[in-house]
Design a protein around this ligand. Structure first.
Ligand code: GTQ
Length: 376
């Protein structure tokens, strides 16, 4: 973190709560507590910090460390018994809400060929980013999608969804991303199991890709008015191709390299109302400058290797590793290779920050835009 204490960040300035305890005041506070009340000045500086104070810490989850534990769950529980056979990422600062960072949940789900996780729906929005294996599929409200490595698929809030791996496939692992902690914090989470446990496939396989995946062209059979993208699946092939094309047309962002946002083709807006996602390319040798912004981010390394400096600590990553950037934490990224690009997938709560008018961003001004590294 930037440790410079700015003048107006001190607590002993006029206008900030600065009341010293006396026996009389302590007795008064105790009395207030008996009436389910409190004196604002005892909590004001905590509940109105000068700037966001995240209880999440930056974490890197190494895939080579997690993978054997994820695979072991296959021997221990069935998807039928477990509902979802998932090892979730538990941020040390967010254990109380099972969050990977901020109000976002993340987990690694594993399925063997022929296995199916039953259909359900919930108020939380979900996405999957495929990490390994062949033959995985997801069904969303009757639309079946085939999934391969680095494909990104949505299961928006309220939609019936189930996952499986075809009998002809191989063991599959993917990352689940959900806004469960956020929806629980808002006390708005409903959950239901499909009455038949499995839903029927009601459309040609991958029909939403065929209908909505055509650049510059929309189906003409009426508008899409739901709050999420009809293009439920974003495949790796066209995504990587788009990054390559955009890289030829842009200098890129000093903070993010070549960054593209997955959008709802019907609106140009985020893929879901509460969760946004993007893919960024760090060109060979690229090292970005540090910035920080509101919003919590879960990253997955889709390609290559490199490192990120987050809140002054260096995290070295390689393909499939997952790491998080808490809200308002300084962060910068570097590609370790001078000849190959590196790609980072992220999902985040930016749509919430933007919709609520809470988005804020700033660049790191000292040291030519790079943090001083205080740890690894
Ligand atoms: O597949 O909808 O990892 O409901 C956790 C909760 C996945 C899912 C998770 C879920 C799901």
């Amino acid at each position: 973190m930037n440790t410079t204490v700015r003048e107006n960040h001190r607590e002993d300035v006029a206008g900030r709560a600065n009341v010293e305890d006396t026996p009389e005041l302590l007795a008064y506070y105790a009395e207030l507590e008996r009436h389910e009340t409190g004196a604002l000045w005892t909590v004001a500086n905590k509940i109105e910090p000068w700037e966001p104070v995240s209880s999440s810490v930056p974490v890197l989850w190494r895939y080579e460390v997690l993978r054997p534990h994820v695979l072991r769950s296959v021997e221990l529980v069935t998807p039928e018994k477990a509902g979802r056979r998932v090892i979730y990422l538990n941020n040390p600062g967010r254990r109380d809400v099972s969050a990977a960072v901020g109000w976002l949940y993340s987990g690694l789900q594993v399925m063997h060929p022929g296995e199916v996780a039953s259909a359900h729906r919930h108020s939380a929005s979900a996405l999957r980013f495929i990490m390994e294996g062949a033959g995985a599929y997801t069904i969303v409200d009757g639309h079946k999608m085939t999934l391969g490595a680095n494909d990104f698929v949505l299961t928006p809030n309220g939609t019936w969804h189930e996952h499986g791996v075809e009998a002809s496939g191989t063991p599959c692992i993917w990352q689940d991303g959900l806004d469960i902690p956020l929806v629980n914090a808002l006390e708005a989470n409903f959950y239901a199991v499909h009455p038949k446990l499995q839903q029927e496939v009601g459309y040609p396989v991958d029909d939403m890709r065929e209908a909505w995946g055509n650049p510059g062209l929309h189906p003409s059979n009426g508008p899409w008015s739901k709050g999420y993208s009809p293009l439920f699946k974003y495949e790796w092939g066209p995504t990587y191709e788009a990054l390559g094309r955009y890289a030829r047309a842009t200098e890129g962002s000093p903070f993010d390299g070549v960054l593209m946002t997955y959008v709802n083709p019907a609106t140009g807006g985020p893929v879901m109302q509460t969760i946004g996602a993007s893919m960024q390319m760090l060109r060979p040798g690229e090292r970005t400058k540090a910035h920080r912004h509101t919003g919590s981010f879960v990253y997955q390394v889709a390609k290559g290797r490199g490192h990120s400096v987050i809140a002054g600590r260096r995290f070295d990553w390689q393909e499939r590793d997952i790491f998080c950037v808490p809200s308002w934490a300084w962060h910068e990224h570097a590609n370790a290779s001078a000849s190959n690009d590196a790609c980072l997938f992220t999902f985040n709560d930016l749509p919430v920050m933007q919709a609520l008018g809470l988005y804020r961003e700033e660049g790191y001004r000292d040291n030519d835009g790079h943090q001083r590294i205080e740890g690894t």
